[in-house]
Design a protein around this ligand. Structure first.
Ligand code: FES
Length: 76
């Protein structure tokens, strides 16, 4: 997936915007929602070509980011 591609179709949030939020310190899905507005208007059946909500897709972007930047991953 490229950075310009939409992850959240309902709120028009791209992969790059999610990564930018993580670079600014987002550590959870709820941080991403607050910082980017992603996954807040949930009309996914209409708006998302997959017909599903983007929560899992956001989680996948977060995992990919942490795999590439393990030092940014929050300690448990
Ligand atoms: S795709 Fe993100 S809230 Fe619907």
């Amino acid at each position: 997936m490229e950075n310009h591609e939409l992850v959240c179709y309902c709120d028009h949030v791209t992969k790059g915007e999610i990564i930018a939020a993580m670079e600014q310190g987002a550590k959870t899905l709820s941080d991403i929602k607050k910082m980017t507005g992603a996954c807040t208007s949930c009309k996914c059946e209409e708006m998302n070509p997959s017909g599903k909500c983007c929560g899992r897709d956001i989680a996948a972007v977060m995992k990919e980011y942490w795999d590439a930047n393990p030092d940014k991953k929050p300690k448990k």
